[in-house]
Write a protein that binds this ligand. Sequence first.
Ligand code: CTP
Length: 398
Amino acid sequence: MMQGKKILLGITGSIAAYKAAYLVRMLKKEGADVKVIMTPAAKDFVSPLTLSTLSQHPVLTHLFDEQSWSNHVMLGRWADVMLLAPLSCNTLAKMANGQCDNLLLAVYLSATCPVVVAPAMDEDMWQHPATQENIQKIKANGNQVIPVEKGELASGLIGEGRMAEPEEIVRYLQEHFFLTQPLHGKKALVTAGPTYEPIDPVRFIGNRSSGKMGWAIANELKKRGAAVTLILGPSHLNIEPNGILVEKVNTADEMYRAALQNFATADIAIMAAAVADYTPEHPENEKIKKNYSTLQIQLTKTKDILKSLGQQKTKQQVLVGFALETNDEEKFAKQKLIEKNADLIVLNSLKDEGAGFGVDTNKITIFEKNGQVFRFDQQPKNIVAKDIIDTLIKLYYD
Ligand code: CTP
């Protein structure tokens, strides 16, 4: 997917530099043309010979030597993307302050291409206000920062500051620079999270849905170019909308009305919410007191949002539902596909460890209305979202 793309990889002095060799190999495998620049300190951590062999280009380290002068301006113009990985605390500070005492910094300052950095340092250094200030400064200058990961650090401590894994860096580059946008111009509607059905002013009937799956789907649709509206139940997710229109609702009825209102103009609707099937018939206006030894709450059925949209669906619209089952999974998923007039049903079984509510992973099978079945392994929810949207694009927008 990176065929012919030109990537300038800057490596700085950090233990994580050993991963740069693997990163170069992965980028080359994707078809990219990779040139490597190293700071003098980086050479203490990984050998230029390894990197020149893997990249099939000489590694550049100095502005000039006795024989030649490295044209830093042309390097920055040659690249489609400049990637600094790992980015040390020291080079970060120099970037933030416009310093230029080596080839890498000279290329950075004269680069006309987008610049992406993958920081790597110990947790305390990472969290120091000066480092965080420098990160904000380079972001304000238009650079993109690939988030650091949590895990074992060079110091032996466990914490934040690890460089993102090479796989994650490659994925980031693909998504942000090299992914085509097959859903450009399309409108997508997503429901996510639980609903809370009030019993009285302080109590409700809810469920364990976190909203993570729907949020990941909304993000994936956005990355593929769609204009996304997310109707989100009362989730505790800490979200940064990032161009996604988020409508917050509480009850199944509010979600129903918001979904219906948005559906007419949507090309794609994905119902990932765990909507309450029943709601108290007469929620109390005042707090219920414990005056009785038993208490009965009469429940009434909520409206099935997916089914209602299925009844209104036009031939141009693609409707996707979920099925969360504990038994007879395939039978129930296929039943929902027909009953709700959906185009696709994404099945997750609570029998599968690492699938369903609250966890960061999911294991899905997608059933298509004409009988096609797509099975996937257990994956983090953002990868699952990618699988769902890839399948949808392949079936309806390729
Ligand atoms: N759904 C909906 N509105 C409801 C209930 C469910 O839109 N009132 C949607 C969910 O968002 C999901 C699909 O219907 O996409 C299936 O939800 P699920 O809870 O698995 O099944 P139900 O239809 O509620 O049926 P049951 O609980 O009997 O399995």
